[in-house]
Design a protein around this ligand. Structure first.
Ligand code: KIV
Length: 277
């Protein structure tokens, strides 16, 4: 085994939630990646990722499923515990899986388990009334929350597939209103997935909280990619337009992470070819 060399001069405490907003104020883009185990988490952390997400994407890229719907809180908690062991400085964000946020009480139970497993923040999809109630309930109980709007994969059945959201004027207007609503409810971060670049730019300008895009163009306050997509691994699913294989540039997993983080920070990723009009 060839262990990654950890930079021991790097801070040994995790990035904090207030530092997300400070990053935005300083014009420093946030680089986020998903990870599901301690080994990848360690390499991502040591090579500059600010936020590591244990996403319910694990259903599709780790468990080989067709959607994220079967993923459970137990699944997320298992991977959070593993990832937490690999982190020194990145903030650990964990997904509330399908229906774990169906009521504020369920969301509190799930979020408490995930924070006790090692997460520093939880993410939930959507901005319907019960989602806003869950965000409010968690935020009032000292649980940092990230919202997630646009292509929310837990809505795949209603959307009829994994499709770009917000292209029609009414849908764009709704997304702008939802972005304000999740911030007002107490979210500290907003993930925007698969929305046209111009809309993501408008949402980001108007948003009181930092935005992190995936398939949302270059104007968000940060970017996120799924581990497998960033390394060009075949997941058995259609390869979305926003994906870039950084292993090809970086030459090693550590090099790929550095290439990704550098490209996010200086605004070279995503380019127009990774974005939707
Ligand atoms: O589950 C996940 O990995 C996610 C990202 C795609 C943002 O939610």
């Amino acid at each position: 085994m060839n262990p990654t060399v950890i930079d021991t001069s790097a801070p040994t405490r995790p990035m904090t939630v207030p530092e997300l907003a400070e990053s935005r104020r300083a014009g420093r883009k946030l680089a986020m990646l998903t990870a599901y185990d301690a080994g990848f988490a360690r390499v991502f952390d040591a090579n500059g990722a600010d936020i590591i997400l244990v996403g319910d994407s694990l259903g599709m890229v780790v468990q080989g499923l067709d959607s994220t719907l079967p993923v459970s809180v137990d699944d997320i908690a298992y991977h959070v515990r593993a990832v937490a062991r690999g982190l020194r400085r990145a903030l650990l964000l964990a997904d509330l899986p399908f229906q774990a946020d169906a009521t504020p009480e369920r969301a509190l139970d799930a979020a408490t388990r995930l924070l006790q497993a090692g997460a520093g923040m939880v993410k939930l999809e959507g901005a319907g009334p019960h989602k806003l109630a869950a965000i409010r309930f968690l935020a009032a109980r000292e649980i940092p929350v990230s919202a997630h709007l646009g292509l929310t994969p837990q809505s795949v059945l209603r959307f009829g597939g994994f499709k770009v959201q917000g292209r029609e004027a009414a849908a764009a207007k709704q997304l702008l209103a939802d972005a304000q609503a999740v911030a007002e409810a107490g979210a500290s971060l907003l993930v925007l997935e698969c929305v046209p670049s111009a809309l993501a730019a408008e949402i980001t300008r108007a948003s009181p909280i930092p935005t992190v895009g995936i398939g949302a163009g270059p104007h968000c306050d940060g970017q996120v990619l799924v581990l497998h997509d960033m390394l060009g691994l075949d997941t058995g699913h259609r390869r979305p337009k926003f994906v870039k294989d950084f292993l090809a540039d970086g030459g090693s997993v550590a090099g790929a992470v550095r290439a990704y983080v550098d490209a996010v920070r200086d605004g070279r990723f995503p380019a127009a070819e990774h974005s939707y009009a």
